[in-house]
Design a protein around this ligand. Structure first.
Ligand code: BGC
Length: 402
């Protein structure tokens, strides 16, 4: 019976890979600014990869400890759900914990997983540098540690990092602004403000740098003006990436610098911060124009705002794909291998391997980086095609597929 259930699950999972995997690799825009060693899989290898993904592992008694930051931030629920499914489908046990976005709690939660002697730790850190102590013990116990989405800093217990190319996320945001507002015409002049993520999350800096470095030439030329003068990452961070902090920060900026001047672009690190900016505009802004709001993630509320013209775009990272790549890497580690570039052939989606860019303060971490995609009101169907989202009855708004 157990076998039958797992083969049925396997078929269901396989179906979802076929739906989203092929979309991601054919339509996504590439931009791995930092990759040293790249490798991209092709369609022939994909079928075998998908078969391998769902191969049942006989008699495994291995347990994966998965630590996610918080359930309040939309995406992590999906990540947790997909990861758990993926591992359980082939026969592993999973201990999944969420830590209320609290670094101290996550430290305890990770410690508890180590005390239970899990066979592998897959962690999306709340804060990059607060897991040094428990991970020291993980190393002593030979428990492999894999960083999921966010790099874990200051520890040599970490070997692998699986994420989307975060610099590319910011770069896509910047490039979108250049194209949409035709910044190459020097007669065009716009006011822009940046909203970054949490200072303790390494991703936040990469996303900010990707966007800022792409737009800096236009700031230097005077095509873009940052009226607040806040052009350094530290000046624009949003504690916890939360909507309410982003709202408060933007309200302060609007009521100081945009009383008699229009804000034309708010380049936000992700959708929860973009939502805060939209709310700040509603509460505090009186200039009448709709600024171009840029985000990341494809959160439901933001997708509604895109349909309603309150947000311009979001950079989408298919978390199902990210979970699948994490799964392939972890499975290989648990089989006693040392995954490297050669594992790209087993990936169900387009991935770049990079062993020379992500240094966590102790060493370079072997990294698998997926490729993000720009979503605007014109290609929302892309999201429905992943199978993760579905249209409502009027075919107006998207929600998560049931
Ligand atoms: C992730 C983003 C997410 C943010 C807030 C980042 O590390 O890469 O996708 O929006 O954290 O949860």
């Amino acid at each position: 019976m157990k076998k039958l259930i797992s083969s049925m699950l396997a078929i269901a999972v396989l179906g979802s890979f076929t739906a989203c995997g092929s979309e991601s690799s054919s339509e996504s825009s590439s931009g791995s600014a930092q990759s040293e060693t790249n490798g991209v899989i092709n369609d022939d290898t994909k079928a075998t990869a998908e078969e391998k993904m769902t191969e049942h592992i006989e008699d495994t008694d291995k347990t994966i400890g998965i630590a996610m930051p918080a359930q309040e931030l939309e995406r992590w629920n999906k990540d947790g759900e997909y990861l758990k499914n993926r591992f359980e489908t082939v026969g592993y046990s999973v201990e999944l914990v969420y830590s209320n976005n609290d670094p101290d709690q996550q430290k305890e939660d990770v410690q508890a997983l180590i005390d239970k002697d899990v066979d592998l730790l897959l962690i999306a850190a709340v804060k990059g540098n607060t897991l040094v102590e428990p991970l020291e013990q993980a190393k002593e116990k030979d428990i492999p540690v894999v960083a999921y989405d966010r790099l874990i800093m200051d520890t040599d217990a970490l070997t692998y990092y699986i994420s989307f190319d975060n610099y590319a996320v910011g770069k896509l945001q910047g490039e979108y602004v250049i194209k949409t507002l035709n910044l190459n015409n020097p007669e065009n002049k716009y006011n822009i403000e940046f909203v970054a993520g949490d200072a303790g999350d390494n991703n936040a800096l990469y996303v900010f740098n990707g966007a800022y470095n792409t737009l800096k030439p236009y700031i230097d030329k005077g095509v873009l003006t940052v009226r607040s003068g806040k052009t350094a990452f530290e000046d624009v961070v949003t504690t916890g990436w939360t909507t309410e902090n982003a709202k408060a920060n933007m309200e302060a900026t609007l009521s100081t610098y945009y009383i008699d001047q229009p804000l034309e672009i708010a380049l936000c690190a992700n959708d929860s911060t973009a939502l805060g900016v939209t709310q700040a505009l509603e509460s505090t802004y009186t200039q009448g124009n709709q600024p171009l709001i840029i985000g990341q993630d494809g959160d439901i509320e933001n997708l509604k705002n895109i349909v309603d013209g309150k947000q311009e775009m979001t950079v989408y990272k298919n978390v199902n794909d990210e979970a699948s790549v994490a799964f392939v890497v972890c499975k290989s580690i648990l089989a006693g291998n040392t995954p490297a570039a050669s594992l790209l052939g087993d990936m169900p989606v387009e991935v770049n391997y990079d062993s020379g860019s992500y240094n966590n303060g102790k060493k370079y971490i072997m990294s698998y980086l997926l490729v993000p995609t720009v979503i605007t009101k014109d290609n929302l169907q892309y999201l429905a095609d992943t199978g993760i989202y579905q249209w409502d009855e009027e075919h107006k708004y998207l929600d998560f597929a049931k």
